[in-house]
Every structure is written in structure tokens, then in C-alpha cells.
Ligand binder design. Structure first.
Ligand code: B12
Ligand code: SF4
Ligand code: SF4
Length: 373
């Protein structure tokens, strides 16, 4: 017999998530692919992939044997799925924003990658959230018999869509999940379950509170937010700096500014983040050395230095070569002539994407100097 959610079980699981360190939690139904609500999302996602918006992120384009994109419904890849527990962790810190004035020559690493443990060692949110989810999952399975699977990022499902349907927050025009109290500095983890959602259990759906605001769309330096809630990920700085292999299209480089890993701009300008609470936790600290890091310091990291600083952090997966490529572009955008020797050394090197990016940056600095003469 199918085991179903009750209002009491749902309240209990949400409390359990908070006890295990999450800031918010909720439950969303995993609807059948032909349910009108799910098919609307599925059609939107399919159109997005077909329009080339996913760039080179091949994992987003995975299909089942019938040709359906896995992410169009949780039930495509996980036919037993009936509901999704969505847990969110606030990772805001008291640190500055990338749009605040700072030293010339400082780069930017996205806020979520600043996280370290109590001793200041790098932490990857995937590991941290997964450990917390597994505790909630174990507690749930002690209480009821059901099938479960935990994911942070890696599951074949649209986490933000489920977060909105679980009442965790609404999907802002910048495509991020936003909560009225916590803003959008939230990382998501999900527990897929076989627990059904009976009609009498009313689930929360967060109301859209973006109103007439368009600050995120106006602030995006590369125009990646092509319409409210629609991103061309292939031009988003987070994609270019984290996911894109090889060379970055030259026409997008100036817009990248000083971003070395990820991009926070469309969240920093959001009025809902002005009063977002700051994470106050012993086990998740801000690694201050990663806030406004000096580009020259990042450039000087050899393989061993990179490993010491980033092993176990989200930058590890992007690897040193791609991070240096981003540093080279940020140097070109900095207007700082002091970076010329480093760029010349890279331009003469063997890594073709790095050499070509460094050459581009040398030309930017040259053009800037000519302008000033
Ligand atoms: C691929 C990916 C990216 C790509 C593409 C992002 C994108 N917007 O699609 C890139 C590399 C650019 C990226 C960037 C970032 N990412 Co990312 N990313 C993912 C990943 C792995 C898949 C997202 C995906 O499927 N995108 C495809 C698009 C089409 O789907 P979607 O973003 O979910 O968009 C849905 C809504 O827009 C919705 N929608 C559109 N219109 C409407 C209208 C209504 C009424 C409704 C209800 C819904 C709706 O439909 C879409 C499909 O359902 C998820 C984890 C996961 N498994 O879901 C993390 C995830 C979305 N990323 C996350 C984060 C933190 C980031 C960054 C902040 C990192 C950084 N600082 O650089 C930036 C934020 C950029 C931004 N403005 O979104 C978090 C988001 C948390 C949050 N609060 O929203 C996630 C959930 C990871 C996690 N586990 O916490 N990311
Ligand atoms: S993360 Fe940066 S580049 Fe991407 S949509 Fe937001 S502002 Fe634009
Ligand atoms: S900046 Fe404005 S439009 Fe964009 S997500 Fe925030 S409230 Fe919504």
C-alpha cells in the first residue's frame, strides 16, 4: 500500500530539516509528466534546451529511451517518485558585494564558494548539504517505510521548480529562488520520496513578490537575463567562468568584469537581499582570503598552492587552468598595467585558451593606455 503524507508528518519533517541545520524546508508533489502543471514546466524546459540556452552543459540535455528530457518531470528518471522534500540553507555572510567599490586589481569569487569549516578549511556545499539531507532521510525512514534518494545539484530534476512548489520561495525574475525572510542566498538540497500527497494535505506555494521590479535584468552585465525568469545560460558569467571549457567568446569578456568564479550581481541588486539574515554558524565560516582576492595573488598560485587553497571547495572542479583563464580576463578588464608582465608570460605559454585570453587582455590594457595618452 502507498504510504502518504499527513499534515503531522509534513510538519515533523520540516522541523527535522531545521534541526539538522537547514534554514527552510517544504514538500512538493512529484507530478506525472502529463499533469497540466508538470507539463507546463516540462514544455518550458524543453523549449529552453532546444533554443540552445544550456550552452555546453550536456548533463541538462540528457534524455530517456523515449527521447524525453530527464528534467521535464522527476518521474521520468525516477518513476517511483511521488513527492520531493526541498531543504534550503542560507549561506549569506557579512562580506561585501561584488558591486561595492574596492581595490583596483581585486577579483571576485562567488559568495557560495567562500564557505569553510570551523577551522577555515574549504567546504563544498554539495558535501555539506548532502550530509545534512542524509540525516533527515535517516530520521524519516525510521518513522515511515518509503523509498528515498538525496540530491544536491546532481539529480535529474529542476530543484528550483520544486522549491517554489514546496513553498520555500518564489522564482525571481533572475531565476533564483527567493524567500521573503531569507532572500535568495539559499542553497537547495532535495530528498525524492515515494510518499504520495493526498488531496487533503494542502501544500504551500510561495507567492511571487517581484512585482514591477526589474533590477536584476537591468544589472546583468552580459544580458543573460533575456526576459523575466528566462536565462540564456550560455551567456551567464557563472556559466562562462565555472562551466565553459576552452576559450570564452570575446564579445562576452568585457562584461565579465572582475568575476573569476561565478557571479552574484543579479542577487546583489535584489531588494529582498538587503535585509537577508547573515549565517551565524560555527561549522560554516567565511574564508576571508577569498573575499575580493587580489588577481596577482591568484595568478601566482602554482598547482600545489591552488590545491591547498581550493581542494574540497567548488573551485576544485573548475580546475586551475580555467580559473587562470578567468583571472587573465579579469586582469584585462582591470585597467591595471601592473598585470602586463604576467599576461605576457601567459600569452607566450602552452595553454592555448589561457594564452589567447592573456593576449586579448594585453590588447585591452594597451587600448586603455592609448586612451589615457
Ligand atoms: C545548470 C545550473 C546553473 C547554470 C544555469 C542557471 C539557470 N538559471 O538555468 C549556471 C551555471 C548559469 C548557474 C548559475 C548559478 N547557479 Co546554478 N544551477 C544549475 C543547476 C545544476 C540546474 C539548473 C537548471 O536546470 N537550469 C535550467 C533552467 C531552465 O531551469 P531553472 O533554472 O530551474 O529555471 C526554472 C525557472 O526559471 C522556471 N520558470 C520560468 N518561468 C517561470 C514562471 C513560473 C510562474 C514558475 C513557477 C517557474 C518558472 O522554469 C525553469 C524550469 O522549470 C541547479 C541545480 C538543479 N539540479 O536544479 C543549480 C542551481 C540552480 N544553481 C544555484 C546557484 C546558487 C547558482 C549561482 C548563484 C552560482 C553563482 N553565484 O555563480 C548562479 C545563479 C545565476 C542565476 N541567476 O540563476 C542554486 C540556486 C539556489 C537559488 N536560491 O535559486 C541551485 C539550485 C543549486 C543548489 N543546489 O543550490 N547554475
Ligand atoms: S549571474 Fe551574473 S551574468 Fe548570470 S544572470 Fe546573474 S547577473 Fe547575469
Ligand atoms: S531584483 Fe527585483 S525582479 Fe529581480 S529577483 Fe529581485 S525582486 Fe525580483
Amino acid at each position: 500500500m502507498d504510504i502518504a503524507w499527513t499534515a503531522e508528518l509534513r510538519g515533523w519533517v520540516e522541523d527535522s530539516a531545521l534541526q539538522h541545520g537547514f534554514s527552510l524546508a517544504g514538500v512538493a508533489p512529484a507530478l506525472e509528466a502529463d499533469d497540466p502543471l508538470a507539463s507546463e514546466t516540462g514544455e518550458r524546459f524543453t523549449a529552453w534546451v532546444d533554443a540552445g540556452r544550456a550552452g555546453e552543459m550536456e548533463y541538462l540535455k540528457r534524455r530517456d529511451s523515449d527521447g524525453a528530457l530527464l528534467r521535464t518531470s522527476a518521474r521520468v528518471a525516477l518513476p517511483w517518485a511521488r513527492s520531493i522534500i526541498v531543504c534550503a540553507l542560507n549561506y549569506n555572510s557579512a562580506g561585501p558585494r561584488s558591486i561595492d567599490p574596492t581595490e583596483a586589481g581585486a577579483g571576485w569569487i562567488a559568495r557560495y564558494a567562500w564557505l569553510g569549516d570551523a577551522e577555515g578549511r574549504p567546504t563544498d556545499y554539495h558535501d555539506d548539504l548532502l550530509a545534512r539531507l542524509r540525516n533527515v532521510e535517516a530520521a524519516l525512514r525510521q518513522r515511515v517505510t518509503c523509498q528515498t534518494r538525496c540530491y544536491v545539484d546532481t539529480g535529474p530534476l529542476l530543484e528550483r521548480d520544486f522549491a517554489a512548489r514546496a513553498g520555500v520561495g518564489w522564482i525571481g525574475k533572475n531565476t533564483c529562488v527567493l524567500n521573503q525572510e531569507h532572500g535568495s542566498w539559499l542553497l537547495l538540497g532535495v530528498i525524492v520520496t515515494s510518499l504520495t500527497v493526498p488531496a487533503e494535505v494542502v501544500l504551500d506555494v510561495a507567492a511571487d513578490r517581484c512585482g514591477s521590479c526589474t533590477r536584476c535584468l537591468d544589472a546583468c552585465p552580459t544580458g543573460a537575463l533575456i526576459a523575466p525568469r528566462q536565462m540564456d545560460a550560455s551567456t551567464c558569467i557563472a556559466y562562462l567562468t565555472i562551466e565553459k571549457k576552452g576559450s570564452i567568446p570575446p564579445e562576452l569578456r568585457a562584461g565579465m568584469g572582475r568575476q573569476v568564479f561565478g557571479c552574484d550581481i543579479c542577487q546583489e541588486v535584489c531588494p529582498w537581499n538587503r535585509k537577508a539574515p547573515v549565517i551565524a554558524r560555527h561549522d560554516l565560516q567565511t574564508r576571508k582570503e577569498l573575499v575580493n582576492p587580489d588577481l596577482g595573488w591568484l595568478a601566482a598560485l602554482d598547482q600545489a598552492g591552488f590545491k591547498e587553497l581550493f581542494a574540497g571547495s567548488p573551485l576544485e572542479r573548475t580546475k586551475r587552468g580555467r580559473v587562470l583563464r578567468n583571472v587573465a580576463i579579469a586582469m584585462g578588464n582591470s585597467g591595471q598595467r601592473e598585470f602586463v608582465p604576467q599576461l605576457e608570460a601567459w600569452a607566450a605559454g602552452e595553454d592555448s585558451a589561457l594564452a589567447e585570453s592573456a593576449q586579448w587582455s594585453l590588447e585591452q590594457l594597451q587600448a586603455k593606455t592609448s586612451e589615457q595618452l
